[in-house]
Write a protein that binds this ligand. Structure first.
Ligand code: Q46
Ligand code: ZN
Ligand code: ZN
Length: 309
């Protein structure tokens, strides 16, 4: 199969777009489409300071690479969760990020070491509290959100960007829809606006790319990334939802993209407006970050408990 734009051999065929492209034109397509999505959803401008959450995986490194190419002022944030999983997951992740940075000039990385700063790896914290019931994911998510917001506020960043792709977003959407979690559905989308109470704007510039596209971008761009998933991702409900969506995609090309885009349209048309449950946030009396709780926020209560044990 030939590239749609030149005579070279196509390396990828995106059936949902009826678009086959060669290496160079595919890389160009990803970069240009990202720029278009950033503009379309009003994510940020060239004047903004962007903090990219990088895990060492294909999506976040590809995102950082694209923003770098587009000339955005994008710094990285790596949160060391202290997860080993028998193969040094967190350690390998940081190595891949450092390797990525060594071949690009003027990149800046903030590193937050969870065990050093807060007293324990997230999986140990999960065992020490009833919160996780064995799985560290809810504690891990809470901790990552807290740290991203703290670092962004302290560093004067305008926006936090994450590498979530369409497969991630469609899986979360399916989960939220199956349980009609209106609060989550109301907040899901390419942009989570900043709140006056101190939540920094969050954006997902890759939310319209299939996972195979971000993986292909990384491979074709020579980005070396951590291929192993976090050991705790195994058996996660989102993985099950991804499998269901993959089956749907096999039967009907573009099903995932359509599911996500029609959701965004429905939201724009006001389907969840009446249910908008925006809540009042107040500053946590310990760390000062916005919380719905009175007194200490969930993050501070959790990590205080971990340190007590
Ligand atoms: S939440 Fe759970 Fe992930 Fe944290 S513990 Fe690993 S799988 S990294 S996105
Ligand atoms: Zn071409
Ligand atoms: Zn707090």
């Amino acid at each position: 199969m030939k590239c749609r734009k030149c005579d070279a051999k196509a390396v990828i065929n995106m059936r949902q777009h009826r678009l086959a492209l060669c290496r160079d034109h595919f890389i160009e397509w990803i970069v240009e489409s990202t720029a278009r999505f950033i503009e379309k959803y009003d994510m940020f401008t060239l004047d903004d300071r962007v903090l990219v959450a990088v895990s060492g995986g294909k999506d976040s490194l590809a995102l950082w690479d694209v923003l770098y190419k587009l000339g955005y002022h994008a710094d990285g944030l790596y949160i060391n969760l202290g997860i080993d999983g028998g193969f040094g997951y967190s350690k390998t992740s940081l190595q891949k990020i450092e390797q990525f940075m060594s071949t690009r000039s003027d990149l800046h990385l903030e590193v937050v070491d969870v065990p050093a700063v807060y007293g324990a790896p997230v999986n140990v914290a999960a065992e020490a509290t009833s919160h996780g019931a064995g799985k560290p994911c809810s504690i891990c998510g809470l901790t990552k959100r807290h740290i991203m917001n703290r670092v962004a506020r302290e560093g004067g960043y305008d926006v936090v960007a994450t590498g979530h792709n369409l497969d991630d977003e469609a899986a979360v959407l399916l989960g939220n829809t199956l349980r009609w979690q209106i609060g989550y559905l109301t907040r899901q989308g390419p942009v989570l606006p900043a709140s006056e109470d101190g939540l920094v704007r969050k954006v997902k510039p890759f939310c319209r790319f299939y996972e195979r596209e971000t993986a292909a971008y990384s491979l074709l761009s020579g980005i070396d990334y951590v291929e192993d998933e976090c050991p705790y991702a195994v058996g996660a409900r989102t993985i099950y939802h991804k499998e269901i969506l993959n089956q749907m995609e096999e039967h009907s090309r573009g099903a995932k993209l359509q599911f996500y885009l029609t959701f965004l349209q429905a939201k724009e048309q006001g389907i969840f407006q009446a249910a908008d449950d925006s809540v009042e946030l107040t500053p946590c009396s310990k760390c000062g970050q916005p919380t719905t709780a009175a007194g200490y926020c969930a993050f501070c209560r959790l990590w205080d408990k971990v340190r007590e044990d």
